[in-house]
Design a protein around this ligand. Sequence first.
Ligand SMILES: Nc1ncnc2c1ncn2[C@@H]1O[C@H](COP(=O)(O)OP(=O)(O)OP(=O)(O)O)[C@@H](O)[C@H]1O
Ligand SMILES: [Mg+2]
Length: 300
Amino acid sequence: MTAIDDVITALAGQSYVCGRALGTVAFLALRLGRPLFLEGEAGTGKTEIAKALAAALGRRLIRLQCYEGLDAAQAVYEWNFAAQMVAIRSAEATGGTDASHLRDTLFTSDFLIERPLLQAMRPQPGGAPVLLIDEVDRTDEPFEAFLLEALSDFQVTIPELGTIRAPEPPIVILTSNRTREVHDALKRRCLYHWVDYPRFDRELEILQARAPEASARLSREVVAFVQRLRTEDLFKKPGVAETIDWAKCLLALDVLTLSPEVIADTLGAVLKYQDDIARLQGSEAKRILDEARATLEPAG
Ligand SMILES: Nc1ncnc2c1ncn2[C@@H]1O[C@H](COP(=O)(O)OP(=O)(O)OP(=O)(O)O)[C@@H](O)[C@H]1O
Ligand SMILES: [Mg+2]
């Protein structure tokens, strides 16, 4: 058994199905201490692998959810102005402390709000945490440049407190949906992996791991249908998350096998745009179901 297999097995223990290629970069990221950059389609397990890895390693998961306008105050730290004001007011009321003493106490860790990047630099009981920087393509370029800095030396300087350095660098996973191209400089610092939609067998394995209560027959039909659906010209193709959701909906409805009627009634679990749903009206759902069934035939 190689160390790559160990990573794949550990992830399987968290119901995460990891192929060889992803297992290899994950192993290398851990071994070399390099950030792992995962780019790919929506709902293909990019965020989930960070959760699974943290759970498998017994590490804390710290998540920085990126969005447009995210800045250092939200990502690293911020002073708790409200609490500082209260402290000032109560000092004034009691009339005790002089101004310089007050200044010393106001800028201490008691009044510091630690955000994910700073939290990730603090020692954790189980070892360095897993830092998930999720959907980095949603931030803007200045923040990306800032991240590049933070990821290169894992230290933060707070003027009033000094420099805080991670005793052991966190395990960093960045994800992107590629709504825009992330800068080369950031990518170069990381190990890169494109997470594609899984092939039939792997998707079936994922579905069985996440919805084991679904029968083999229904699972195979659902996966075959979704796989077939992805080859259609859709505005938004369904991810693995949709496959799992759909199977759970069908289970809740006690559906044993797919039919055009069942598909029409539950399509909202798979397709999230009205135009895509409209495309499957009429005979289209039946055509895709027939084609999906045809791909299942050889294996029974
Ligand atoms: N390889 C996998 N093994 C187990 N479960 C998986 C796998 N891939 C996806 N899933 C399931 O799909 C769901 C969605 O995955 P996840 O949230 O990681 O997608 P994502 O790639 O981060 O999508 P988005 O880009 O939309 O954020 C997970 O909650 C998990 O249940
Ligand atoms: Mg995600």
